[in-house]
Design a protein around this ligand. Structure first.
Ligand SMILES: Nc1ncnc2c1ncn2[C@@H]1O[C@H](COP(=O)(O)OS(=O)(=O)O)[C@@H](OP(=O)(O)O)[C@H]1O
Length: 193
């Protein structure tokens, strides 16, 4: 499997994929864009420790609440804008949005929806998952490959960098209209507040 958020936000990707096959079914995992941005920053910081602070990157002017939309960690979360580009090439019925939050709290239910979307039998169910307290995330009871329980690696589910409440509120205000537009476009309220 090959997956990256870059596909969703790269302008040329929908055209390229539709040129391969217009029947392609597309799956996009979306989560609260504010948490997503912090997660993105946390991941980059782990590879580049002398990175400027999150606030320095996220705002062009924090006092005035001006967000830097060109910073990738911010730009990726503008889901409505990216979806508009995809809808020029694919009907909404061919795109399935997985809730990143529910993928953690109820992975079996989210995967039922994915299996239904793909027209597959519901083979993956809650029998396949358990909640690993040490990891703090659901893990597979018995993956096909090994037969022993398996959690995702250390780079998935990291403790996020602490960001002050004001910055978070400013980002929530910034994303709200884009989130509302996204909910309207997909006909589902992801309740990111
Ligand atoms: N079961 C399980 N275990 C661990 N992590 C889980 C799980 N399910 C979902 N997640 C969330 O997945 C986030 C990383 O997603 P991705 O690997 O798709 O991100 S990316 O491709 O690197 O952008 C990762 O983000 P962070 O928590 O910010 O690290 C997790 O929140």
């Amino acid at each position: 499997m090959e997956k990256t958020p870059s596909y969703f936000v790269t302008k040329e990707t929908p055209h390229r994929i539709s040129a391969m096959s217009q029947e392609t079914k597309l799956i996009v995992v979306v989560r609260d864009p504010v948490t997503r941005a912090i997660s993105d920053y946390t991941q980059t910081l782990s590879k580049t420790p002398d990175l400027p602070s999150f606030q320095d990157l996220a705002f062009r002017n924090q006092t005035l609440g001006i967000v830097d939309m060109s910073w990738n960690a911010i730009r990726i979360g503008l889901y409505a804008l990216h979806l508009e580009n995809w809808l020029r090439y694919f009907p909404l019925t061919q795109i399935h949005f997985v809730s990143g939050e529910r993928l953690i709290t109820d992975p079996a239910e989210e995967l039922s929806r994915v299996q239904d979307f793909l027209g597959l039998k519901r083979i993956v169910t809650d029998k396949h998952f358990y909640f690993n307290r040490t990891k703090g995330f659901p893990c597979l009871k018995k993956p096909e490959s090994s037969g022993s329980p398996h959690c995702l690696g250390k780079s998935k589910g990291r403790t996020h960098v602490q960001i002050d409440r004001d910055a978070i509120e400013q980002l929530r205000d910034f994303y709200r209209p884009y989130n509302v537009k996204f909910y309207e476009m997909v006909g589902h309220d992801f309740k990111w507040e």
